[in-house]
Design a protein around this ligand. Structure first.
Ligand code: ZN
Length: 271
């Protein structure tokens, strides 16, 4: 069994120590139940709203409020995840105990039935127990897939929080710092782009030089048109092969610069 982690109240962010006498994780500070008696699946709307809000924010106060709300949503997801763990553990115990019953039943059947009866009459108890086990297992696999979904939402929310931390300022000082960082990153990317352009230009001019000398053979440079055509084709293929990765790099840099331009606009609007 996994050890219980410390839990955070999704309402006031107070820490709660899980214990046997507090199965619903009642918050000592605000009395909120952090684990419902009957579980309601986590609603991803909370995350979707945070995503929309993050896009609309434009004041320092809104950013501060958003961060608190995001932390509460994180706690809600974490608590739902822990709740699923508890349910899965309970199911595991049920499966184990019913499996034990099934074994006992099989043994009993072998000992008390005649060979003929065992062959022709199906054991009803065995079937009932097997059905129970498969029902538990179905339930457990549903809980597992719910956990996978929760894990994905938790990851998305973490990414969003990291983005907001990087690009949504909580003060004029933070805004200035963020803009400075973005400008610096853009400067570095532009230098890399320039470098890629220079390399591409060098490859092109080398290829056109080589092309100009194609077909010249022997000590006196006699021109052979059939050799020239084949050589030019080879030069062109080599050139394209050399350019392809650089073109990829350049495109990647350009899309990063474009993304930073958007970030800059996002940061600029905060007041
Ligand atoms: Zn609380």
């Amino acid at each position: 069994m996994e050890g219980e982690e410390l839990v955070t109240c999704h309402c006031c962010l107070e820490s709660i120590t899980p214990s046997e006498d507090n199965p619903t994780l009642i918050c000592p500070n605000c009395q909120t139940k952090n684990r419902p008696e009957t579980r309601i699946p986590y609603d991803r709307n909370g995350y979707t709203e945070l995503l929309q809000l993050a896009d609309q924010m434009c004041t320092y106060q809104e950013v501060a409020d958003w961060n608190i709300r995001a932390q509460k949503e994180q706690a809600l997801i974490r608590n739902a995840y822990a709740g699923l763990n508890v349910e899965i553990q309970t199911l595991n115990k049920s499966v184990a105990s019913v499996s034990g019953e099934l074994e006992a039943e099989k043994k009993d059947y072998k000992q008390h039935s005649s060979l003929l009866k065992r062959f022709f009459v199906q054991n009803k108890n065995e079937k009932v127990i097997a059905a129970e086990i498969s029902a538990f297992e179905r339930q457990r696999s549903n809980l597992y897939s719910e956990q996978v979904g929760l894990g994905e939402t938790a990851q998305d929310l973490d990414n969003l929080i990291a983005y907001v931390a990087k690009y949504a300022p909580k003060s004029p000082q933070e805004k200035a710092l963020m803009l400075k960082q973005i400008k610096q990153e853009k400067k570095e990317l532009n230098a890399k782009k320039k470098e890629a352009n220079m390399q591409m230009r060098a490859i092109r001019s080398e290829a056109s030089n080589a092309s100009a000398h194609a077909g010249k053979v022997g000590l006196f440079g006699f021109y052979d048109s059939s050799i020239a055509a084949a050589q030019r084709r080879g030069i062109r293929i080599d050139k394209e092969e050399a350019l392809a990765p650089l073109e990829g790099t350049k495109e990647e840099i350009e899309s990063k610069i474009l993304a930073l331009d958007k970030c800059e606009l996002f940061v600029e609007k905060f007041r």
